[in-house]
Structures are given as structure tokens and as C-alpha cells.
Design a binder for this molecule. Structure first.
Ligand code: GZL
Length: 354
């Protein structure tokens, strides 16, 4: 009997040790897996998750190559590795979708709200709701028409009016260089989204230059909503008019509409870049290729890469630092020769972000 008890005790002791050892192993494994599990705990919202800065971003939509590059830039900058928890919403170019997203960010109690307003007006209520919720607001890219600068901490983006002026000045230099300034010069314009700051201000800047010349007539001007399909459709309609042959220049508020217009011009049997001078804003690879191929003449750059700037400004705010109220992107103008110097578009295609 004693032997049996001793055996049982030995067995219990042996299993106990094993268990303990396993425990030890487990603890060592655990310490290995606990490191792993610690790590996995941290990434699945352990104590450290509170350190992530939660940012709600309401994007205009996905209407153009520029917008896609802008979205990519924001998503690549506001990563968990960078200390952010990004809640991203695609507005599908509809203000009501953006307003719903902004209100949802307020309800979620995000740390920051950032957005690019698809149009300038109609935001007053939600901007005040964000202020009342005491959530810092950062405007990215487009702007609103609300003059109360206390409603947002900072804005970053492009000087759209300046882009329009640059386009206008380039067109005048082109027309003078080609000897086309004698007599009436008919211009067609593809406007961006009606009510969008980028469209309103580019149109105003361009018109400010054209109005200085009594022989210049912006005879055709209609919105292509910043999309290739709509740009092609509207250009087709322009080309069907009985005075279409008079059109010497097309100013498109973005590359995508210009690309649609080039398709329409070729289908109508005319040569884009020769019969009709083509100038657009943005500066993606496709438009640079059109310049290289002689189907377009000039691009006024509009920089979509705003993600790093957004991440930097939030980090500064977190550190209690002062930030500028407005930050403008550095931008250039590219053509095969002329105003921007003898820049060969081909040399820049690989540098382009999109
Ligand atoms: C400009 C941006 C415009 C681009 C278009 O900053 O808001 O919207 O020029 C885009 O390509 O659709």
C-alpha cells in the first residue's frame, strides 16, 4: 500500500512539476508568446491603443486621378505605425454624404476631423457642431465659403485662383507666340464641379487674365464635374455647335476632363494640341504623356500629396505647437517649352506621383 501511495505521490509530483514546468515553459513560451501576446495585445487595443490619434477624414470622392493620389497620400501618412487611427469616408462627390460622415465623427468622439469640402457652401451648421463638440477641424484641399476662421484650426492646399491666372498667362503667351492674337480668339472651358472652390477660383483667375484682352472670347464654358466621361460629353457638345471650328484653346480645370476632351476632339477629326491648344490643371502622368505625344500643350501643377502635411500638422497640434492658418502647396507649370523653360515633359513623367 505504502508503495502505491509513494508511486501515486511520485506521479502527482512528476505531473505537478511537468505542469509547472509547462507552466514555466508556458510562461517561457508565454513569455515568448506573452511578448507576442503583449505585442498582439498592444496592436489589438491594449493600454497603448489610447496613444493612437483618431482622425475622421471626409474625402470629396474618387472622381479623378488627382483625388485617388490625394486619398493614397492621406492613407499612407495616417497609419497606425505613425500613431494614427484613421477613419476614412468617401463622400462620392455628395455634400449630404460628407455631412453625415462629419456628424458621425462627432458622435464617435474622434480626436481630429479633417475634410475636403466638395462644394464651398452649405456647411455652416455642421462646422458649428464640430466647434461645439470641441474637436479640432483641419481643412484639406478645397475650402468652404464660411468666413469664420475660428471654425477650423488650419487649411492646406493649392492656390486655385493663382492656378487659373497661370493658365491664362500661359495661353496669352502661347497665342502671341503662334501669331494668333490678331482678331477674335474663341476659347472653350471645361469647368470643374459647380460650386467647388477649385472650379470657382480657377475660373475666376483665368477670366481675370482673359478679360484684359478684348479679342478673347470664352464662348463655351460648362461643367464637366472633374470627370473624364463628363468632360468628353461636354466637349462633344461644344464641337457639334456651328461655330466649333473657331475654338482655338481648351482650358480644362483638371486633367481628367482634358483627357475626355482629347478623345472627343480626335473623334471629331480635329488634332488636339495642334488645331486646339489644350491646357489643364493637376499634372498627372497621363497628361504629361499627352504633352510628350503632342496631344496637349500645358499643365498647371496642382499637388495632391497632402497626407504628410496633414500628419505633421496634427503631430504639431498634439505637441501644443502653433501652426499656420493657411499652408499653400509649392507648384509649377509644365509644357514642352516656353514659360516654364524648355522643360521636356518626358523628363518629368517618372517623377509624377500619379
Ligand atoms: C484641386 C482638387 C481638384 C482637382 C481635381 O485641389 O480639389 O479636385 O484639380 C479633383 O482633379 O477632382
Amino acid at each position: 500500500m505504502k508503495k502505491i501511495i509513494a508511486l501515486v505521490l511520485a506521479l502527482v509530483l512528476a505531473f505537478g512539476l511537468v505542469a509547472c514546468n509547462n507552466g514555466g515553459d508556458q510562461s517561457s513560451t508565454a513569455s515568448g508568446s506573452s511578448t507576442a501576446s503583449d505585442a498582439s495585445t498592444a496592436s489589438t487595443g491594449g493600454d497603448d491603443s489610447g496613444d493612437l490619434i483618431t482622425v475622421g477624414f471626409s474625402q470629396v470622392g474618387a472622381e479623378s486621378a488627382w483625388r485617388t493620389a490625394n486619398t493614397k497620400s492621406i492613407q499612407e501618412a495616417l497609419t497606425e505605425e505613425n500613431g494614427f487611427n484613421l477613419i476614412f469616408s468617401d463622400g462620392q462627390q455628395k455634400q449630404e454624404i460628407q455631412i453625415t460622415a462629419l456628424r458621425s465623427f462627432i458622435e464617435q468622439g474622434v480626436d481630429y476631423i479633417a475634410f475636403s469640402p466638395t462644394v464651398e457652401s452649405g456647411w455652416d451648421d455642421v462646422l458649428n457642431e464640430i466647434k461645439e463638440a470641441d474637436i479640432p477641424l483641419i481643412l484639406v484641399d478645397r475650402t468652404t465659403d464660411n468666413p469664420d476662421e475660428s471654425l477650423y484650426v488650419t487649411w492646406m492646399g493649392s492656390n486655385f485662383h493663382e492656378e487659373g491666372v497661370r493658365a491664362g498667362e500661359w495661353v496669352i503667351a502661347y497665342l502671341e507666340d503662334k501669331g494668333l492674337m490678331d482678331g477674335e480668339v474663341v476659347i472653350a472651358e471645361l469647368q470643374g464641379t459647380v460650386g467647388a472652390a477649385a472650379a470657382t477660383d480657377r475660373m475666376a483667375g483665368f477670366k481675370e487674365v482673359m478679360d484684359q484682352y478684348s479679342n478673347i472670347n470664352i464662348k463655351y464654358s460648362q461643367t464637366g464635374d472633374f470627370t473624364t466621361a463628363k468632360g468628353q460629353e461636354v466637349m462633344e457638345a461644344f464641337l457639334k455647335s456651328d461655330t466649333a471650328n473657331e475654338i482655338k484653346v481648351l482650358f480644362a480645370h483638371n486633367d481628367d476632363m482634358a483627357i475626355g476632351a482629347i478623345t472627343a476632339i480626335e473623334a471629331a477629326g480635329r488634332k488636339p494640341g495642334e488645331d486646339i491648344c489644350i491646357i489643364s490643371c493637376d499634372g498627372g502622368k497621363a497628361m504629361f504623356q499627352n504633352i510628350v505625344d503632342g496631344k496637349a500643350n500645358c499643365v498647371v501643377e496642382c499637388n495632391p500629396l497632402l497626407g504628410e502635411g496633414l500628419a505633421d500638422v496634427i503631430k504639431k497640434l498634439e505637441a501644443g505647437e502653433e501652426v499656420e492658418k493657411k499652408t499653400y502647396s509649392e507648384e509649377d507649370i509644365f509644357d514642352q517649352n516656353g514659360l516654364a523653360g524648355a522643360l521636356k515633359a518626358a523628363d518629368h513623367i517618372n517623377e509624377r506621383a500619379y
